[in-house]
Write a protein that binds this ligand. Sequence first.
Ligand code: HEM
Ligand code: HEM
Length: 142
Amino acid sequence: MYIGFQHLHSFMTYLVLAGIIISISWALKGYLTKQPFTDKDRKIALLGLIPTHLQWVIGLVLYFLSPLGLTSLSGEAMQNSMLRLYTIEHPIMMILGVVLITAGFSKAKRASDPKKQFMFIWAFYLVGLILILSRIPWVVWP
Ligand code: HEM
Ligand code: HEM
């Protein structure tokens, strides 16, 4: 169960990063070339949103299964940079990134000006991506 979720979480990271990067590039192109915002544009923004949502739910399950998750959370863990990354920094920063990406999608859906719709997607997804990249455990991944 643990190993299965660990592999799934590790593999999903490729889809998350690829999806977010495709969504940002597409929205930036629409923004710069002043296109109308169509249903196709919304679907391409979903390419970034859906894997990211799936991933955070998988991460949450993993937090309860992994020896590097909740079981490691302690005062001593805070003095160990690797344990602090897994038990606190990674989960909090990833959830913040996901919230930003969701807010960008949601705001784009509600806005009426196409330029703003594209801007909400590329800008919010970009900040979300930076937060996500900042707390991937690069020593073990890919
Ligand atoms: C967009 C969101 C996320 C991304 C891109 C992401 C990415 C990653 C990556 C690349 C690893 C290393 C995998 C490996 O060892 O090959 C990892 C490990 C881990 N992640 Fe996430 N993560 C995300 C969200 C979360 C969340 C929200 C939680 C917890 C609430 C979480 C909990 C964990 C745990 C506990 C591990 C360590 C697993 C182990 O090796 O035992 N992740 N994550
Ligand atoms: C397996 C996990 C999940 C998948 C596949 C998923 C998928 C999606 C999809 C497709 C949308 C876009 C809906 C639309 O077109 O408007 C969405 C939006 C959203 N999801 Fe998730 N989701 C998952 C888990 C979650 C969880 C656990 C939460 C919260 C606790 C959540 C919160 C939201 C929110 C707040 C929105 C934004 C709604 C809006 O304002 O447009 N999702 N999700």
